[in-house]
Design a protein around this ligand. Sequence first.
Ligand code: ATP
Length: 117
Amino acid sequence: MRGLRASFAYAFAGLRYAWKSQRNFRLECYAGAMALGLSLWLGVGVVEVLLLILVVLSLELLNTALEAVVDLSSPTYHPLAKAAKDTAAAAVLVSSVLSATIGAVLLLPALRQRLGL
Ligand SMILES: Nc1ncnc2c1ncn2[C@@H]1O[C@H](COP(=O)(O)OP(=O)(O)OP(=O)(O)O)[C@@H](O)[C@H]1O
């Protein structure tokens, strides 16, 4: 039980680190909160929007972890360090585009109806 509590504490320490050090992570949290607020207001796709937000945030956390490992193992320029960081950033980009697209498909019709457009 103590091990489980420690594991949660380490995970929350990771969340705190990402929040403090990663501007993109904070922006994604704000964007996610706005999307969630919109879906709650419309009464549409709340669970789906929450899952999409968690997918993007999970990948951003993995990207942050990978950046730390790369900085530790390759403090000077190396093409493989560049490939690792750029590819991890691309994973975040792909998941963000996917989430924004699915979110728009879910929410836009209800938003149009709500606004009478
Ligand atoms: N050790 C390295 N070797 C080669 N290229 C690197 C190295 N470190 C960073 N880069 C290149 O510079 C880019 C920006 O890296 P930098 O560490 O400044 O930001 P980041 O931590 O990857 O991203 P963010 O600003 O979102 O935290 C990387 O995507 C990569 O292309």
